[in-house]
Design a protein around this ligand. Sequence first.
Ligand code: ADP
Ligand code: MG
Length: 294
Amino acid sequence: MPKPYLSVERMTQRYPDGEGGELTVFENASFSVEKGEFVVILGHSGCGKSTIMNILSGLADASMGAVIMDGEEVSGPSLERGVVFQNYSLLPWLTTIKNVTFAVRARNPTWSKEQVLAHSKKHLEMVGLNEEVFNRKPSQLSGGMRQRVSIARAFAISPKLLLLDEPFGALDALTRGTIQDELLKVWAGTNQTVFMITHDIDEAILLADRILLMTNGPFARIAESVDITIPRPRTRTEIVEHPNYYSIRNHLVQFLGKRSKELAGQTGAEENRPEIVHYENTKPVRGSKPKLAS
Ligand SMILES: Nc1ncnc2c1ncn2[C@@H]1O[C@H](COP(=O)(O)OP(=O)(O)O)[C@@H](O)[C@H]1O
Ligand SMILES: [Mg+2]
């Protein structure tokens, strides 16, 4: 079997608990992501999602285990992995266009000024921003616009892995919906591998090829990998008509409402790999459809 594009092997994270002991966020978690896949991780607040994200980005080191991407072990941050955080992370002293060109230039040091500018503009336009806002600073943009700039910048550097940590958390529902649509459009036109965190079930179903379900911590586990067997292109009004939609949604609601707690706190002496759940004609097929390597 070919090696997965991103592979997380027996990742363990422990922190001092502040009382002389230690807190195990998760232990021996293993999972993988294929090239071009859109994987969403869904779990309650505090279970360890951002911790996983920080390790994948190289901003934090796991206590144990390895992250291998495209054949190389991840160590330290790199432009190979673009990150979009909830708080946009734009540089406040740079204009919209400069927030993008600066990253594009860093990623492509041999490009001419014109190339960098054209590439940056193209990506800002892809997320629905026009010339009018290119010379504004982040403080002169709405929250939705700032989030678009972050997304444009992330796609513009074509990272091997795009990491999105609850990127729409601070937006109102309407803006959130629009930007989810923009993200889907941009993603559909690329072969970008995306790993995204959310606690919003509907957002997860709309966007993901596959949803990883995480139990509550400490000793959280990525218990299941649910294939989103709803064809693309997807729109929020059409997916609700698909026969698998309510079965999948119900599965996720049950997991977050009940099983995330029941399964919590089990120590993982052994390697933890998620069980594959694949809905076909509204019926779950568990574990028997190893479409993917994890
Ligand atoms: N640097 C740290 N030091 C100590 N504990 C931490 C640190 N970072 C996160 N934690 C703890 O790890 C757990 C998981 O946190 P986090 O990954 O932020 O969860 P999530 O993103 O799912 O809400 C929480 O109990 C949190 O308090
Ligand atoms: Mg978080």
